[in-house]
Design a protein around this ligand. Sequence first.
Ligand SMILES: [Zn+2]
Length: 252
Amino acid sequence: MSTVADPDPLGASPARDREARSPRATARAGRYADPAMAPRRRRSPSPSSAPVPAGGGGPAADGSLAAATSEDLVRELLRRLGEDPSREGLRKTPLRVAQSLAYLTAGAAKLPKDVLNGAVFEHDADEMVVVRDIEVYSLCEHHLLPFFGRAHVAYLPRGKIVGLSKLPRIVDCFARRLQVQERLTMQIAEAVEEILAPAGVGVVIEAAHLCMMMRGVEKQNSRAVTSCMRGRFRTDARTRQEFLQILRGPTV
Ligand SMILES: [Zn+2]
């Protein structure tokens, strides 16, 4: 038997943002070998007053850019695009862009365990659990343009299950970062593996990338599909087939 569930409506709450800055969220960053996997500490909760991190040794060496607010930087970017940032339609754009980018990358300061809110339960059945068609919105780290689509997450419990609405939260935690789809897929699978120690995990993401659709090859109908199979999903073809069969089935 398989369980297929619709995810909770997506969305963030102020409580989740407070969680993001807990000491726990930063203290554990050291165990990630790949820096992209580690939660990132934000400099300031307020994008309008946030100093811009000077990392990368770019042109901030003289401190001029490092001292600028995110809003200043967006205003300057608008000027370089040939716009007049003081015209009415653009007057509040720097603030909106700064706040929007802060929101869209807020997952970088979180650990998946922080979004679970303790919703891991003992459970001795071992049937496959699938949450299908989880909406994904992320930003490609190469162009800062959105990619979006659906994630499907499955696992085979081994003593522990997680509240079904928490799988979309885990997806969000990793999607709200600068990403590539391949890494996003892997990080979701690894998080489920780490939290539940299941007999297997399967994650499939299908997404459309605006950087391919609006620029570059300008292919509007192509979709990238990535998958990450761990444990029995990797070693047992029948388990994998059952998962893929569920993904092909009708939606409710
Ligand atoms: Zn891109």
